[in-house]
Design a protein around this ligand. Structure first.
Ligand code: HEC
Ligand code: HEC
Length: 198
């Protein structure tokens, strides 16, 4: 008995000694960058995904990022995979990742697009979308549309139009107006415009 106690005391002392040697950073929660390793397989190592249905998330506005993660976690969007991903993290970890990705430069990849449709889409964008998606839809507080992968944009617009994703405030009116003016080509034209940006 006595011997056992001494042994466990020794182990305890040894463990305390080891803890003292571990630098504080190792014990701290993982940083946004460390957390982002899990995302790299689909979104690229720096958030510029290579394609075509995985959205780029580099340079994304941190608030939009956190809102997106919460929407996935709470089953408010119609995702293929992100609901399961998002359920694994805390709000604090969403924020840490948001700031990491916000600091990454967005690399855009050339996408095949129809030039005439993109030109028409540019006008429609200016008239109906630019107010919220500023600078042609570059990363901002309504997300990233410029240069975003076109298949991602296509199924995202389908989700909005088919009631599978909640409309951002006042966006629906503008999309409806664009379709009323231009017909069913309106949304594809705007998507070709975003796809034309590099
Ligand atoms: C297996 C592939 C995969 C992994 C791993 C993955 N994602 Fe995603 N992500 C997607 C897909 C696909 C979408 C589009 C929504 C969907 O279908 O789930 C998406 C969408 C997103 C969006 C929304 C982008 C926008 O423009 O609104 C964010 C933010 C995001 N992911 C963050 C992350 C983070 C952070 C991680 C790592 C913790 C991660 N993802 C891991 C595939 C993945
Ligand atoms: C009144 C403001 C407003 C207008 C006008 C608007 N949007 Fe949006 N849109 C938003 C906001 C805010 C978000 C991001 C929040 C969210 O995802 O719920 C968004 C998100 C999106 C997304 C999803 C992005 C992603 O990464 O998942 C697409 C696609 C989009 N808008 C397309 C358009 C198009 C096309 C038009 C013009 C026909 C338009 N929007 C007009 C406010 C607007």
């Amino acid at each position: 008995m006595k011997r056992n106690n001494t042994t466990s005391n020794n182990i305890y002392t040894l463990l305390l000694g080891m803890l003292a040697l571990v630098p504080a950073t190792v014990l701290a929660a993982p940083t946004g960058q460390a957390l982002s390793f899990t995302c790299a397989g689909c979104h690229g190592t720096d958030g510029s995904s290579v394609g075509p249905s995985m959205p780029a998330i580099a340079g994304m506005d941190p608030e939009v990022f956190v809102d997106a993660m919460k929407a996935y976690r709470d089953d408010q969007r119609n995702p293929t995979i992100m609901n399961r991903m998002a359920k694994a993290y805390s709000d604090k970890q969403f924020k840490d990742m948001a700031w990491f990705f916000a600091g990454q430069r967005l690399h855009l990849f050339p996408q095949e697009h129809d030039a005439a449709m993109a030109a028409r889409g540019a006008e429609l964008h200016k008239k109906y979308c630019e107010k919220c998606h500023e600078n042609g839809g570059r990363p901002g507080d309504a997300g990233t549309l410029a240069g975003q992968w076109m298949p991602y944009l296509e199924y995202t617009m389908d989700d909005f139009l088919n009631g599978k994703r909640k409309w951002p405030r006042k966006m629906r009116r503008k999309v409806d107006a664009a379709i009323a003016d231009e017909g069913q080509e309106a949304v594809p034209a705007i998507i070709h415009y975003y796809g034309s940006q590099q």
